[in-house]
Design a protein around this ligand. Structure first.
Ligand code: DC
Length: 245
């Protein structure tokens, strides 16, 4: 009886969870606070967090290891099948794995940041990664951040948030983050890379960076993480109440 009861409770619990679990898409330019918000939301809601930028960075790192330039499209495309990307929790942090190796540190370098937008503009690379992102989202209970999550990956996501922020603030945040991680880099190099990537990401033909029509825009320039998280949790509550009722 106890066992049956436990199973019944589990089934009810899972059903209730499924009913209220949604897909949250967070898009925006580089360093607007997407990953900080996405991680905090995932922790609060006990959802899976997927950093899609890390996937484009992992592909870029792989190509650099192989000595392949992003403009060598044929070679890039022929190598995609040898790339396996996964995520795992390492000491409480979400780490990216490339073919079984932890590459979290390598994918955050300026070397990768300098080429990732070019790689992310290649249509076959996008198809390859979007398919994997959609497979993860089928589980629901997912917070995914990127550039095209609300427009292309999950156009039916229950909640779409698009973040913006002033360039100087974003560059300062990214610069401090890199300094804290011990990366030697100049402020101007960081700022120039952000604005250059935004230009390429917004100007590409396939899945350019732009808000979905039904996205909620939040300017994070003057917000701290607590304020941003509170706003986002308010939006989640509105949506889960609606889907539950
Ligand atoms: O979020 P990030 O800075 O780690 O992303 C790195 C690059 O990957 C970014 O400059 C554009 C690209 N990207 C993309 O094109 N689509 C996504 N969904 C996520 C990232």
């Amino acid at each position: 009886f106890v066992e049956t009861g436990t199973i019944a409770i589990k089934v009810i619990f899972t059903f209730a969870n499924m009913k209220n679990s949604i897909v949250i898409a967070i898009d925006g330019g580089s360093s607007c606070g997407k990953s900080t918000l996405a991680k905090a939301l995932a922790k609060n809601l006990n959802y899976t967090y997927i950093d899609t930028g890390a996937m484009y960075r992992a592909v870029t790192h792989f190509l650099q290891q192989q000595g392949v330039k992003p403009n060598d499209i044929d070679r890039v495309e022929s190598l995609l099948d040898s790339i396996n990307i996964s995520f795992a929790n390492v000491e409480g942090e979400n780490h990216t794995f490339l073919n079984g190796s932890d590459v979290e540190k390598e994918i955050r370098t300026m070397k990768v940041a300098g080429q990732v937008s070019e790689v992310a503009a290649i249509p076959r690379v996008r198809h390859f990664l979007v398919e994997q992102q959609r497979a993860i989202g089928r589980e629901r209970g997912v917070v995914m951040d990127g550039r095209d999550i609300g427009t292309v990956v999950f156009p039916d996501a229950e909640l779409k948030i698009f973040l913006t922020a002033n360039l100087e603030i974003r560059a300062r945040r990214r610069f401090l983050e890199m300094q804290q991680k011990g990366t030697q880099v100049g402020f101007e190099e960081v700022r120039d890379n952000l604005s250059k990537r935004d230009l390429i990401d917004s100007g590409r033909t396939m899945s350019p960076l732009k808000p979905a029509k039904d996205a909620i825009l939040i300017d994070t320039t003057d917000l701290n993480i607590r304020q941003l998280l509170d706003q986002a949790m308010g939006l989640v509550a509105q949506i889960t109440e609606k889907t539950a009722g």
